[in-house]
Ligand binder design. Structure first.
Ligand code: GLA
Length: 731
């Protein structure tokens, strides 16, 4: 059946290559978007259209890239080249820059051929370009996911020159727009401040968003953005481009508005400090740039990306997820076998699926009793945990929960046996004082031997302890002291080959242990890109678990990621917020807990147990349903979001009062995405024991139409209050 669907999609959306009126046209289409490329008279490839899907095939003939405003009519070829090379008549940023063996820094690419074939979810188009003076080939790849309206694109660069060439630009792609105005929404970040949204108009000149952190894409900004076309991005209307790069390292997005007001967007690996020597026959594969063009605002764009991610990108995107109790916020490094055994029982009592042991369980010569030592020595600390991991997995089994484990295998503390044995495995300068981030260094994963070692950390743990059911894989340091003892004179490859080394390890883990779910973590949410998420079932959004802050952080991430991929834990951050508020905020994502249950009163514990049971019951709606962002915390003192099951028989509405003012006008919340012709029973859940719902509509039945057009009064005047409302179709 799947094959049949793929073939049908291919027949309907096969890349059309038209040769009408001597124009060669390549059309890359989803159900709602067309990207049209055209081979011009000079034999080079230009973008002639990127926008809403065109209804009439005949209109393709009318498209011509040269209709776009150009700065100089006599050289109207300026701009719009799909993969512009350095040194041509375009004076703006190129996609690719190569210094050839003879020192010539120019690359002009001519169309050679194109083909397309069906892939899961859509159609892949491959276009071959070649330089006419140098043996350099570039292949552009596009996968159009037809129904989800997502396009993924990447490029491959190779050559047959005698000696290596040097690459100084290697974008994933280039996209062009000609609109009256452009507005960029970016997602700035820092530790505990992830995914903060801000918007600015793009005027003449260049705006660059980039990172140079090496081992993690994010921290100061995330690898995704939104461009509002003709107006700032809105949730429910207007045209927006939402793009993200699958690269767990230095990235760069360049937005350039030229002298005639055209915008070009160039996503790719950040070439800073990365002049890449490419050997003859070697293929440089750029990261995937994934984008959707929505004509119904960011809400629709996010829903498409979320669905696409679950179906085609995220590890085990269709599978279920484990609720858990973690010990990091509760015990820190201070635990032993008895304490952990007790926590496993608490996990069971709470009703979650798993106990997750965090940092601090390893190292003997240099035990990991704080963050200053031990990273690299992945052997249980015998004094602390004399029974080893076995005793822990046994205790978990006895308690009736699964057992998960924290690791940070890409790192080393100088105070470790690993560093004593292999100082040359760590990235650091041979001739300067070493500087540290969290007292650690990054292992040099450009070195295949180090890749084997890192893979071995996971492999050994799982071979010796097959009952480990989950990993939290952390990465707490950017690359510091950027010098690879392995790459020697080819240091320009380090930032890139290191990340490829990380992927080599992750590929092996996934191939050999496909069933083991893993959380991607990086000092909070500094790693959250779609290449890494091929290997991880979920990511940790932030170490900041203050529910007020989390409302903003989760709102930001939801623009690009499904709730299923976003881990949210109930902790003791912001104790002024009730346990109900903290839990209700975490419940809109993948729910977990990280606090001492002994801190809770009997009523609070009972509340949590009920909330866990409710979340598990409703997880098909929250994790696999469709998400609608209803009320933005950036535009009000509240936030609301609802999820609808795929058959639209169930919905869950989460509503939060953050810090409302007494004077403000409270508006009803209008739901979205439910069936207007169905009737829904409205029931408030997640109430404190003996608590009663104060919602006017509680227990009543309303039509979907009413709920979407009139709405429910769910907001109040008190700080940090929340309501979780279950809607069930009564037909
Ligand atoms: C990082 C993670 C935390 C925790 C600590 C342990 O900061 O984000 O959740 O695992 O490491 O050292």
């Amino acid at each position: 059946m799947k094959h049949f669907m793929i073939t049908v999609a291919f027949i309907l959306f096969a890349t059309i290559t038209v040769n009408s009126m001597d124009k060669k046209i390549i059309r890359i289409s989803t159900e709602r978007t067309d990207l049209v490329l055209q081979v011009a008279e000079n034999g080079r490839l230009y973008q002639s259209y990127l926008g809403e899907r065109l209804l009439n095939d005949a209109d393709l003939d009318e498209l011509d890239w040269s209709i776009h405003p150009a700065s100089d009519a006599s050289v109207s070829r300026r701009g719009w080249e799909v993969y512009s090379g350095s040194g041509n008549e375009d004076f703006f940023e190129p996609a690719v820059a190569i210094t050839h063996n003879d020192g010539n820094p120019s690359t002009w690419l001519y169309y050679v051929s194109s083909s397309s074939h069906p892939v899961d979810g859509g159609v892949q188009t491959d276009i071959v370009l070649r330089d006419d003076k140098y043996p350099v080939n570039v292949t552009l790849h596009y996968v159009a996911y037809v129904k989800e309206n997502v396009i993924k694109t990447w490029s491959e660069i190779s050559h047959q020159e005698k000696k290596p060439v040097t690459l100084s630009a290697y974008a994933s792609t280039m996209l062009y727009f000609s609109r009256p105005s452009y507005y960029l929404t970016e997602f700035s970040s820092d530790w505990a401040k992830e995914a903060q949204m801000s918007t600015q108009q793009l005027l003449f000149g260049k705006k660059v968003i980039d990172t140079k952190l090496g081992s993690r894409a994010a921290m100061h900004t995330h690898p995704f953005f939104i461009v509002g076309l003709e107006q700032p991005a809105c949730e429910r209307q207007g045209e927006v481009l939402m793009g993200t790069l699958g690269w767990t390292g230095n990235f760069r997005f360049t937005f350039e508005v030229d002298n005639v007001g055209n915008l070009r967007i160039i996503p790719g690996i950040n070439p800073t400090a990365s002049e890449y020597t490419l050997k003859r026959g070697e293929v440089f594969v750029t990261p995937e740039f994934i984008f959707t063009l929505s004509s119904e605002g960011t809400g629709k764009g996010s829903r498409d990306l979320q669905e696409w991610a679950r179906k085609y990108q995220l590890k085990d995107g269709n599978g279920s997820r484990l609720t858990l109790l973690n010990n990091w916020e509760n015990t820190g490094f201070d635990f032993n076998q008895e304490i952990l055994t007790e926590l496993m029982k608490e996990a069971k009592d709470l009703g979650v699926d798993m106990f997750l042991l965090d940092d601090g369980w390893f190292g003997n010569k240099y035990p990991r009793k704080d963050d200053k030592a031990g990273l690299g020595d992945w052997e249980v600390t015998h004094d602390k945990l004399p029974g080893g991991i076995h005793a822990l997995t046994d205790a978990a089994r006895e308690a009736g929960v699964k057992f998960g484990l924290w690791i940070e295998p890409e790192m080393v503390n100088p105070k470790s046996e690993l560093f004593e044995k292999h100082p040359d495995w760590a990235i650091h300068y041979p001739n300067r004082d070493v500087y540290y981030y969290r007292n650690q260094l990054v292992l040099d994963l450009s070195n295949p031997v180090v890749q084997d070692y890192v893979y071995g950390v996971v492999d050994n743990l799982l071979k010796e302890n097959p009952d480990i059911a989950y990993f939290k894989w952390d990465c707490n340091s950017p690359i510091t002291n950027i010098y690879s003892p392995y790459l020697k004179s080819e240091q320009g490859r380090l930032y890139i080959d290191h990340v490829r080394g990380v992927y080599n390890v992750l590929k092996r883990v996934k191939e050999n242990y496909p069933e083991v779910p893993m959380m991607l973590c990086s000092g909070g949410g500094a790693r959250c890109d779609y290449e890494a998420l091929k290997y991880f079932t979920e990511f940790w959004c932030s170490d900041n678990t203050d529910p007020v802050e989390r409302i903003y952080i989760q709102w930001g991430f939801s623009h690009f990621f499904p709730a299923k991929a976003m881990c949210a834990h109930v902790t003791s951050w912001n104790k002024n917020a009730s346990i109900k508020f903290r839990t209700d905020v975490a419940s809109m994502c993948k729910l977990g807990f990280d606090l001492g249950l002994k801190e809770l009163t009997a009523d609070e514990l009972l509340y949590c147990q009920t909330a866990v049971a409710n979340w598990k019951r409703l997880s098909p709606v929250i994790l696999d349903g469709t998400q609608y962002r209803l009320v933005s915390p950036y535009e009000s003192n509240h936030m609301a979001v609802n999820y609808v099951s795929t058959d639209s028989k169930k919905a869950v509405l989460f509503a939060y009062d953050i810090h409302p003012r007494f004077q403000e006008k409270l508006m009803p919340v209008k739901l979205q995405g439910i069936d207007p012709y169905k009737h829904y029973k409205v029931e408030e859940i997640n109430l404190m024991p003996n608590g009663k719902s104060v919602l006017a509509g509680n227990g009543k039945v309303f039509s979907g139409d009413y709920l979407m057009k009139v709405g429910l009064h769910v907001f109040g005047f008190n700080s940090m209050q929340s309501h979780v409302i279950e809607l069930t179709s009564v037909e």
